[in-house]
Design a protein around this ligand. Structure first.
Ligand code: CUA
Length: 497
């Protein structure tokens, strides 16, 4: 250190104090402290000399006797401070008070604005008597009166009782938290809960709403409170107290979020465990999603449907897959949601125990193409008796006339997600009056919708595109419908005159 220092000019330190003991004591301290450095020290006992030395000698560090104030000819810390602020040479100012048990304040121009430098005079260890006295003066007049006036050194308004502010802001935070929470739950973010699995989900959502309300309040209350209570009042031209770093605050804002995250992951894992709880007597339902509909197969009963029937209070084990792209099975009242992925190895399980009778909607919660928004089909939560009756009716389907079987097949295969039965135009042409009609094709030709045409349109839909419609019909029906089902569906279309 001393080697590199030797190439540089000596450090210059000016000690400004009218008290010889103070000055010599500091000089000794400086010499001991920087024994390895080359330091030149000068002492000025009065203002005139100090200013002259300051200007001509240009010290790196100025040590000012903070207590030496008021007597004629003595050291004026305000004057030094003023010069320090106005100058642009690198220099540090150190204020040392013996009265306040050796308190030291170091000023560095880089980290300081003029108004902060004024604040610096408002040191916390100022004797109370001086503070009270100076507060009675008009502050703006005091500031305008110039740095040499004795009142320059007087402290500014002290907003004491910071504990009081914390208590008030804390109470306001609690009140605003409760109000925000009540507002959030009054919006009705969630529909009624209709499954056992909704319990843990709602519990977590509720906790999250509390946290949202609290964090919102914490931020807005403290900002609002500060804006109102600590606003700049008439005649105030100074900045707030400057401080850098707060270990206590940093510890708090590290530990609390850490604890919150750990706590939330624990609660989240617990909720997930509850949602996935396995009931060994669960009824399996194979769910196949496709563009754009759902097929539900009950393997234990040999029944297939496009409407999901679930007996109440019995866990259903849904095994989800997709015939084409990624879909997502979601019934908001049941809360839980699961993607349906294409591929035999990617069958996903979802457990739902409905506990409220009624009809809800299955929705697709994954953008999956043109009719994604219409991929809604009913789900009916029924009593066990109703469920049995429905199963019975489904298994007797073979005895029905072909057009009725066709209607069921069309339902179960999702045809009716795109083709209406009442003349309304959806993504595909309506089936009402389709049979035997003349169809305008995209290439300008026309064709009669006879059985042959209908068959071709089902198994190879892109061969002849109906004018005005996009070629979006899945080309998978040849594989997924049996020959008999195709004939039944044609019979059904023919019956819609
Ligand atoms: Cu299927 Cu969106």
């Amino acid at each position: 250190m001393s080697i590199s220092d030797s190439t540089q000019p000596n450090r210059r330190v000016l000690i400004a104090s009218a008290n010889p003991l103070f000055a010599r004591g500091l000089q000794k301290m400086v010499a001991e402290r920087w024994a390895e450095r080359r330091v030149d020290v000068r002492i000025s006992a009065n203002m005139e000399d100090a200013i002259a030395v300051l200007e001509e000698w240009q010290p790196d560090l100025l040590i000012v006797d903070y207590d030496d104030v008021g007597q004629p000819g003595s050291i004026q810390r305000g004057e030094f401070l003023n010069r320090f602020i106005a100058g642009n040479r690198p220099m540090q100012v150190m204020l040392v008070s013996l009265r306040a048990s050796g308190e030291v304040v170091v000023y560095d121009r880089r980290t300081l604005t003029p108004s902060q430098a004024e604040d610096w005079l408002d040191l916390p260890w100022m004797p109370a008597a001086e503070t009270a006295d100076s507060n009675t003066q008009d502050q703006s007049a005091r500031l305008a009166s110039g740095p040499n006036r004795a009142d320059f050194e007087t402290p500014k308004i002290q907003r004491s009782g910071s504990m009081k502010h914390y208590v008030i802001a804390g109470i306001l935070t609690v009140i605003v938290t409760v109000l925000s929470y009540l507002l959030l739950i009054s919006i009705g973010l969630l529909p009624e809960a209709a499954a056992v699995q909704a319990g843990p989900v709602d519990r977590m959502v509720n906790l999250q709403l509390w946290m949202i309300a609290f964090l919102f309040s914490l931020i807005t209350v403290f900002i609002g409170y500060s804006i109102v209570v600590f606003r700049q009042r008439r005649g105030e031209v100074v900045d707030g107290t400057y401080f850098k770093g707060s270990t206590g605050l940093e510890v708090i804002w590290t530990i609390f979020p850490l604890a919150a995250v750990i706590g939330l992951s624990f609660l989240g894992a617990q909720a997930l465990g509850e949602v996935r709880q396995v009931d060994t007597s669960a009824m399996t339902i194979n769910v196949t999603a496709f563009q754009w509909g759902w097929i539900y197969e009950y393997p234990d009963y040999g029944v297939q449907s496009n409407i999901l029937y679930m007996p109440i209070n019995r866990q259903a084990r849904l095994l989800l897959t997709s015939r084409d792209v990624i879909h997502s099975f979601w019934v908001p009242e049941f809360r839980v949601k699961q993607d349906a992925l294409p591929g035999e190895n990617l069958v996903k399980e979802l457990r739902i125990t409905p506990n409220k009778l009624g009809e809800y909607q299955v929705m697709c919660a994954e953008l999956c193409g043109g009719a994604h928004a219409y991929m809604n089909t009913p789900v009916r939560v029924v009593t066990q008796e109703e469920f049995d009756a429905w199963l019975n009716e489904q298994s007797n389907a073979a005895a029905l006339p072909p057009e009725e079987r066709g209607q069921r097949a069309a339902n179960a295969s999702g045809c009716l997600a795109c083709h209406s039965l009442d003349g309304a135009q959806m993504s595909g042409p309506t089936w009402l009056g389709l049979s035997g009609s003349e169809i305008q094709l995209q290439d300008g030709s026309t064709v009669t919708a006879d059985d042959e045409y209908l068959y071709a349109a089902i198994v190879d839909p892109n061969q002849q595109i109906h004018a005005g419609f996009a070629p979006i019909m899945p080309q998978t029906y040849q594989d997924t419908l049996s020959e008999e089902q195709i004939q039944d569906i044609i019979a059904f279309i023919n019956s819609l005159e």
